[in-house]
Design a protein around this ligand. Sequence first.
Ligand code: HEC
Ligand code: HEC
Length: 241
Amino acid sequence: MGKRNFVGIAAVLAGIIAGCTPASDSSPPTGGPATGGQTRVEAPTAPKMAALDPEQVRKGQVVFAENCVACHQEGGKGKPGVAPSLTDKEFLTFASDRFLYDTIRDGRTDTQMPPWGESLKEDQINAVIAYLRSHAQQPSRAGEVEGDRTAMGDPRLGKRWFTQICAGCHGPNGEGYAGEGSGTAIGKPGFLNKASDGFIRAIVKNGRSNTPMHGFQGPAAVASLTDQEIDDIISYLRVIE
Ligand code: HEC
Ligand code: HEC
């Protein structure tokens, strides 16, 4: 019980942190106009796209071309089995700046994604995030997913769903490409230590356009999972070895 409360608080804190940018000193890619007060007040039903500094986007494009394009491909569109898409609309909508920043800084151990914290400066990482964000087609929902509830599923059932539905692409233990999969290493700490339950839930429900990752909820889904089944899978991922 105490643990659950703590996790709940952590999730709320994560939501608050996600609303901030990793480095507020160098024209953050989201969180208001860096270039002056031209923000228009919009109806709450039509959230506006975050303002991006074109100079920073250009700088980020150079960082991307020099360091990332070989794996993540032209425009960050990705290539299953090589490196994932960084520009599909769901990814950009649900991934927080914190998730992007920390993933780029630390890379993902046990995968081909190298850590960039040594070779790129903080402002170069922020610039490359701004470049990725320049592909966004819809406003960020990162704050919403980061504040979403902690999964409370049954890991034993989750293992069953995972093995039946996910393992074919993500590898038998979520080891990703190393398990001959087209999907990323969602069973490894490099992903799990940075991804919130809300983020995982949102991707599983909605999928990622123009990649083999289809959504698993709704009439168009290949296999439609209930909220509980998705929570079962997340709970399994949290204990996967
Ligand atoms: C047909 C293959 C396929 C299946 C089946 C599949 N995935 Fe994926 N999944 C992918 C690919 C491919 C990506 C990365 C998208 C890309 O390559 O750009 C991905 C990405 C993800 C991500 C985001 C990971 C990250 O690195 O940010 C999550 C979470 C995820 N999948 C969960 C699941 C779960 C849970 C299931 C089972 C319910 C599942 N996937 C089934 C192919 C698949
Ligand atoms: C040597 C190939 C390689 C290079 C170079 C590389 N990446 Fe990656 N990247 C990967 C792979 C492979 C993954 C997925 C790892 C996994 O299975 O979880 C990944 C994952 C990511 C993710 C998480 C994406 C997701 O779907 O959750 C981000 C963000 C990312 N890379 C950004 C970058 C940036 C920015 C650069 C350049 C500074 C870069 N990468 C350079 C191979 C690479």
